[in-house]
Design a protein around this ligand. Structure first.
Ligand code: NAD
Length: 591
């Protein structure tokens, strides 16, 4: 399986800088005179050019080296007038590897090329040293080098394909497995059943060819993972992202299994996505890609089988296209094949703010348990997208004081309180919450460490880590985002008496109302927004109460308790549906 990776502008800049060194561009020549190794010349020049620290430059270099060493194919985007993707030959890729290794401060490289004074000759010698030469004097290597430099110096971007996914750390699947292990141990779960829950039930990989606006044909890889369907049809979002890996989709589908189970829904867990860069695609290309995905997956999804929903970089329009394509295939209006649709084509009222409304209900429950007065309680929200904005707005409507919010461009703080709607207007006008009138700008890191009653991380994974967990001063952390706290950080928060409402519970409002959308589609009868809200509150309050009960009984944190509840529900259903003996580990397999 090939894994496409697009190099960032910075990574391409680093490669260009390395080739500058061998073609003796004056900037790098000056550097090498002040530093004795190619490695230091690169690190200092790059760090100055791109304004990042030398330590970060070194990390970026290592990441780049890892990607290139695992690469099977490289395509180079050539500028006008050619303006097309050029394939790199295997020899050129090997030359690129040699160039990068030359800068790696790898002792193996020191002897290579050390006898020549001309730098372009030293790289030829290094190449021949590692990859040999079809003719003894390095003519082929020299030609490869010249072709490669020509392509790289003018390249607009580079696309790589690797055989193994280049996994960014930490691996989200590892975190899920770890929670599963802890919860299974507490529940004394049968080892055989534990084995089953560690793996997805079904993984589907498709490749979707699309004619792009410029007439070129590109092939995109799509995934759908149906992790477990014992409680009902699998359910989970579809993510469009250039770095999406199968591991990530598997982890998210496991998360969905435990999220639907902990909230008591009659649904299993799934997730899907396409490796693509939606920011660089036109609406027309995105529509073709979405319809292609729906066609490729049509036999594996359906209202009673597996029901996708929007996720990162997909929205209600994406869902409308999927529903329309699927309906054409089956020959009737199959509104229930996806959720998160626009209201005019079977969407549910209240879906847009459902996740945040769920966050608010769980905060009310937590505050009741902790005897915390919500009127005047201070709130900090990280991320000001769908979940972050509505969480700030709804908590403000309850009487809480929102003192700080942030987005990817920065954070703002005002001890007297911010008006969430006005901050949103400012973000819509300027592109960021930063610079909002009457507030102080700060970094996202400072925001997380603010003194407050309620912290709502609603941006990305891995925001509260072992590095900052000890500095978190909130009384309640309500996880609007998926996976914002690492397992190690979780333990620190628990020891410090911080009450964490875990993601699978706190942000389950979205999937609960998605389930309501499915139910309304099947009945072809639609509820008012008040009905949706009341049903959501009932469902999430019951789930919260049950998780808190387990946390207090077993003296575990809320996350472990949520997983224990979810795993118990899934495993009980597995035992009930099939003969218990089918799942039990044979006595001889037990330790
Ligand atoms: P969104 O794209 O609407 O908003 C994300 C926000 O995070 C944006 O304001 C963005 O600027 C900000 N952000 C990005 N990087 C940041 C950084 N480094 N520091 C601070 N802010 C940063 O996404 P969303 O739908 O609100 O989802 C947010 C999180 O909630 C994700 O983890 C998502 O998986 C999770 N979630 C969403 C839903 C839902 O219904 N939308 C449901 C469950 C979970």
């Amino acid at each position: 399986m090939l894994n496409p990776i697009e190099l960032s502008g910075r990574e391409l800049g680093m490669i260009k800088l390395m080739t500058d060194f061998f073609v003796e561009k004056p900037e790098m020549t000056a550097k090498i005179e002040s530093y004795t190794t190619a490695h230091y010349a690169l690190v200092t020049t790059f760090s100055e050019n791109f304004g990042i620290s030398e330590a970060d430059t070194w990390k970026a270099f290592e990441e780049l080296q890892r990607k290139i060493s695992e690469t099977e194919y490289v395509q180079v985007e050539a500028p006008r007038p050619i303006n097309k993707w050029l394939q790199m030959s295997k020899d050129e890729i090997n030359m690129l590897r040699t160039i990068i290794d030359y800068f790696s401060a790898n002792p193996k490289m020191y002897p290579a090329g050390s006898s020549t004074t001309k730098r372009s000759e030293s790289i030829i010698e290094a190449y021949v040293w590692f990859f040999g030469s079809t003719n003894g004097n390095g003519e082929v290597a020299r030609e490869n080098f010249q072709n490669l430099v020509e392509k790289l110096q003018t390249a607009l971007s580079l696309k790589l394909e690797t055989l193994v996914p280049i996994v960014t750390t930490p691996n989200p699947y590892e975190a899920v497995l770890r929670l599963l292990d802890i919860a299974s141990q507490k529940l004394k779960l049968d080892p055989g059943l534990h084995e089953m829950l560690k793996r997805p039930m079904r993984t589907i990989i498709v490749n979707i060819p699309i004619i792009m606006d410029d007439g070129s044909l590109q092939v995109f890889t799509g995934y759908r993972v149906q992790y477990n369907d014992v409680l009902g049809p699998t359910k989970g979002g579809i993510r469009y992202h250039p770095d999406l890996t199968l591991d990530e989709v598997v982890a998210l589908s496991a998360w969905m299994t435990f999220k639907t189970a902990v909230t008591g829904l009659p649904l299993g867990g799934g997730k899907g996505g396409i490796r693509c860069n939606p920011k660089e695609m036109s609406q027309g290309e995105l529509e073709k890609l979405t319809r292609g995905y729906a066609r490729a997956m049509a036999r594996n999804i359906g209202p009673n089988y597996d029901v996708p929903a929007p996720d990162v970089y997909t929205d209600s329009q994406t869902m409308a296209w999927m529903m329309d394509e699927y309906s054409d295939i089956v020959g009737y209006n199959a509104f229930g094949v996806v959720t998160g649709k626009p209201v005019q084509v079977g969407g549910s009222l209240g879906r847009n703010e459902a996740t945040s409304r769920g966050v608010m209900y769980t905060v009310i429950d937590a505050a009741k348990h902790l005897h915390l007065e919500l009127k005047g309680a201070t709130v900090v929200v990280q991320g000001y997208g769908n979940v972050g904005y509505h969480s700030a707005r709804l908590l403000n409507e309850l009487g809480c004081k929102v003192i700080a919010v942030s987005d990817s461009k920065g954070a703002i703080y005002n001890a007297k309180g911010l008006d969430p709607a006005k901050v949103l207007d400012h973000k819509n006008e300027t592109g960021s919450v930063a610079g909002y009138k009457g507030s102080t700008n700060m970094t996202n890191q400072e925001l997380l460490e603010l003194e407050c009653d309620i912290l709502v991380p609603s941006a990305l994974e891995n925001q509260i880590t072992i590095a900052n967990a000890g500095k978190i001063k909130a009384k309640i952390v309500a996880e609007g985002a998926n996976g914002p706290t690492t397992p190690e950080a979780d333990e620190t928060l628990y020891k410090n008496g911080i009450f964490v409402i875990p993601d699978i519970l706190a942000n389950s409002g979205g999937v609960i109302v998605s389930y309501f959308e499915q139910v309304q589609n099947q009945m072809n009868y639609y509820w008012t927004e008040e009905e949706v809200r009341a049903k959501l509150q009932n469902a999430i309050d019951a789930a919260f109460k049950s998780v808190l009960n387990v946390a207090l009984t077993y003296k575990v944190n809320m996350r472990i308790a949520a997983y224990m509840n979810a795993i118990k529900r899934v495993s009980d259903a597995m035992f009930t549906r099939k003969n218990k003996a089918a799942f039990m580990t044979a006595p001889s397999q037990k330790a």
